[in-house]
Design a protein around this ligand. Structure first.
Ligand code: NAD
Ligand code: G3H
Length: 476
């Protein structure tokens, strides 16, 4: 372990060399929250220095050819250090190795795609069509916004960072990366890889400012030298950042609380798979996770039985075992939160069919049935390994419950009736609706993002980059 760096003070982040820790990490090491790596926490002065350096970085002198080459070299760098990166994700995020490796692959691919996106940032040619502008001809040119603050979450510490940083750099912006304080090491290694892959990146073009939001959050987000903020995180934090930010382009990917609406004619095998894997993957710590199942009363009981049986295949184990599907939550406080939601639902009349036992950061995958409509788990993002099944009388009741909260990221609809599927999809307040399957953002081939308190803008290949460019009309 060698990532133990005081953060950069405006210069490029020059990391230490990373050597994989020896031996297998037993899952219980994570449960005890052992510290295996430390990344120096930035001070407000460090944040200020990074802002000044980014603001003065000569990124406008770079060419799209250079930036595309950097992006491809960074992708190669990620692949060259895939094992180290995967180990870091397992250790700091408590993510099973199979998912961690998938995240590393996604990060590399997102940098590859960013090279293509940069090259295809075409402008436009416009001619005046009104009397006042008759004969005017304009080139509408895409330009980098300038300096982008990238704020990233703990649950995808590498690939979400890549989805922000890759297009921001490829579009010609200076970037300041503020990783989640729970999982800073992935960002530190990525900063190392970027510096190594792009030695001619202008000074100050990449700032790495790890640290607690409470110490440096407002210093960064409130600075008027920023031109855009890309933030992926909880809705509460996103709303705060929006309040303190200046005149910047906001790109917010925030909380989710995906409902899965299951109708009487649904394929219950598909609904069971989505309700189980969609809820339990990475212990439910996914913005796109199925957070509540709204089952028509005619199929509620059978669905609960099927999910109960399917959950037998979801047990916790050694995170470095490729067959392990389930690990701990990110923190004891997150486990407290999940336990609180389970207790609230049971206190209001839900049946705890299985699971829910607590061991430190581990919560045994739980199945709740007959969850009352006023239970908090129906309205608040659980971010935990709980399948919460609620009975609904009809389509109207299902939609009312699904749209009842402040979040609107993803949703799922299970029915064999095409007209009902489209009708319900039209009426769901969400940025994405999956028909007869569990929501998933994946690489970003399909744009994703939320409505209401779930965010601003859309992420995805060819979509995220739009948040980091502006245009200039040059009139001939
Ligand atoms: N919509 C999406 O695509 C998406 C993707 C991943 C995670 N998420 C959401 O992220 C949340 C889980 O991640 P988390 O626990 O790391 O979220 P979080 O909000 O606690 O933190 C996210 C990031 O924001 C920073 N932050 C928090 N308050 C800040 C402030 N005042 N100023 C500046 N930075 C601040 C944190 O340090 C961290 O880097 C969940 O709500 C999940 O749904 C959404
Ligand atoms: O946590 C938020 C991620 O965007 C979810 O991505 P995923 O649906 O591919 O797991």
């Amino acid at each position: 372990m060698a990532v133990n760096q005081a953060p950069n003070r405006g210069e490029l982040y020059i990391g230490g060399s990373w050597t994989p820790a020896s031996g297998e990490l037993e899952v219980d090491d994570l449960a005890e929250g052992g510290t295996f790596a430390r990344v120096g926490a930035a001070t407000p002065a460090d944040a200020e220095a990074a802002l000044a350096a980014a603001h003065g970085a000569a990124m406008r002198e770079t060419t799209v050819v250079q930036r595309a080459e950097w992006a491809l070299a960074i992708a190669d760098g990620i692949e060259a250090r895939a094992d180290d990166l995967a180990e870091v994700i397992v250790r700091e995020a408590g993510k099973p190795i199979s998912s961690a490796r998938g995240e590393v692959d996604a990060a590399a691919e997102r940098f590859r795609r960013a090279a293509e996106e940069a090259r295809s940032l075409d402008g436009d040619y416009v001619e005046g069509t009104t009397d006042s502008h008759e004969g005017w001809r304009a080139v509408v040119r895409p330009e980098p916004v300038g300096t982008v603050l990238c704020i990233t979450p703990y649950n995808y510490p590498l690939s979400t960072t890549a989805l922000q940083v890759a297009p921001a750099l490829a579009a010609g912006n200076a970037v300041i990366l503020k990783p989640a304080s729970k999982t800073p090491v992935s960002g530190a290694l990525l900063a190392d890889i970027i510096v190594e892959a792009a030695p001619d990146l202008p000074d100050g073009a990449l700032g790495f400012v790890p640290g607690r939001a409470s110490d440096i959050g407002d210093v960064l987000a409130g600075d008027d030298r920023l031109d855009a903020i890309a933030m992926t995180g909880s809705s509460g934090a996103g709303k705060h950042v929006a309040e303190v930010s200046g005149m910047v382009q906001l790109h917010m990917e925030l909380g989710g609380n995906a409902p899965a609406l299951v109708f009487p004619d649904a394929d219950l095998e598909a609904a069971t798979e989505a309700a189980t894997a969609g809820s339990l993957k990475y212990a439910g710590q996914r913005c796109s996770a199925v957070s509540r199942v709204l089952a028509h009363e005619a199929v509620h009981d059978e669905l609960v039985e099927r999910v109960d049986a399917a959950m037998d295949g979801w047990s916790q184990g050694d995170l470095f075992d490729p067959d392990t599907a389930l690990g701990p939550l990110i923190s004891e406080s997150q486990a407290d939160w999940v336990e609180e939601l389970i207790d609230d639902a049971v206190g209001k009349g839900a049946t705890l069919v299985r699971g829910g036992d607590r061991d430190g950061r581990f919560v045994e995958p739980a199945l709740l049935a007959d969850v009352p409509h006023d239970a908090r788990i129906v309205h608040e993002e659980q971010f935990g390994p709980v399948v919460a099944v609620t009975s609904v009388a009809d389509e109207t009741a299902a939609l009312e419950l699904a749209n009842g909260g402040d979040l609107g990221l993803d949703a799922a609809v299970f029915t064999a009736d095409y007209d009902r599927a489209m009708r319900v999809a039209d009426r769901l307040e969400a940025g994405g609706v999956r028909i007869n399957g569990a929501p998933s953002h994946g690489l970003g081939d399909i744009p994703f993002g939320g409505v209401n308190d779930s965010g601003i803008g859309r992420e995805g290949i060819g979509y995220t980059i739009e948040a980091f460019v502006t245009t200039k009309s040059i009139v001939l």
